[in-house]
Design a protein around this ligand. Structure first.
Ligand code: AMP
Length: 283
């Protein structure tokens, strides 16, 4: 595995791979690699000849009151995990190489970037859109694998690919969970043992929704309200939002229609840690 830090060097390698008719798969992360990230690498391995993993803690997607400076950066450990997972190139640039002093151009997401996570974290998705697009140009992938864990982000990336006519196939990877049901996340390390077990309430909410929908309950906001109640009554936890959206447009859904797909999106605070989770349902 080769470690690359300069965008122009990564670009030159990607260009050469393309000229040699190599299929490039990319996985973009902020590091602190875990089973979720590694499942994306595995999918990339299965569908591309060359796998590029990027590690970059992107400042432009963090709000001023967020955890940019505390974000875990266990680089040596990440290198070992990436190598063992079969990554061919690890692209890990310094912030200054990606955002030099005179960097000015950013992408502006449309309405989808301003709802839900976008409303709670103003500017977050513009930062995501900008870095993902830059990394597309740097790594020149045919395929890019993103996790359903960040479902709204995935929807926004698909929108970017459509809106900007990018010739890249986006592959969605299912959410990897711990045995308790808690979705694996780099931020889980901030949870105390007590908070960690309380945090499983998000997954219990998803299971509750599954039962309701299997039982043909049609009132989606009512199911969401029940889940909010479950989270709110868990010591140490506070719901931020619980909402069903239609899978196509990510707009809040009301009555479940037969055969249509919906996604339950959850965000909650467990102690001082904000967690998100989601699941897709067919009514
Ligand atoms: P992050 O490093 O948190 O920005 O995540 C990088 C990529 O890994 C994104 O596409 C995430 O959606 C994906 N990811 C993070 N956690 C998980 C998980 N538990 N299961 C599947 N994919 C995940």
């Amino acid at each position: 595995m080769q470690i690359i830090t300069e965008p122009c060097q990564m670009q030159a390698i990607a260009e050469k791979l393309r000229l040699n008719r190599q299929l490039i798969g990319v996985v973009m992360t902020m590091g602190a690699l875990h089973e979720g990230h590694l499942s994306l690498v595995k999918l990339a391995r299965q569908s591309a000849g060359t796998v590029i993993l990027t590690i970059f803690v992107n400042p432009s997607q963090f709000g001023l009151d967020e955890d940019l400076h505390q974000y875990p950066r266990p680089f040596e450990q990440d290198v070992a995990l990436a190598k063992a997972a079969g990554v061919d190139y690890l692209f890990a640039p310094e912030t200054e190489s990606i955002y030099p002093k005179n960097h000015q151009t950013t992408l502006e997401c449309g309405a989808l970037g301003k709802r839900l996570e976008g409303e709670r974290r103003p500017g977050h998705f513009n930062g995501v859109a900008t870095i993902v697009t830059k990394l597309f140009h740097i790594t020149k992938p045919h395929r890019a694998i993103f996790g359903e864990k960040d479902a709204q982000q995935l929807a926004i990336i698909r929108q970017i690919v459509t809106d900007l006519d990018l010739d890249i196939t986006i592959v969605a990877a299912p959410i990897v969970r711990e045995e308790s049901g808690l979705a694996v996340s780099s931020r889980n390390i901030y949870l105390s043992n007590q908070e960690r077990s309380a945090a499983t309430i998000l997954y219990q909410g998803i299971c509750h929704a599954e039962k309701c929908i299997a039982g043909k309950m049609k009132n989606l906001p009512a199911i969401a309200a029940e889940i909010e109640q479950m989270i709110g009554s868990t010591p140490g936890c506070r719901p931020d939002y619980v909402v069903f959206v239609d899978e196509e447009r990510f707009l809040p859904a009301d009555t479940a229609e037969e055969e249509k797909e919906y996604r339950l999106l959850l965000a909650a605070w467990c102690g001082t840690v904000r967690l998100i989770d989601n699941s897709k349902f067919r009514a």
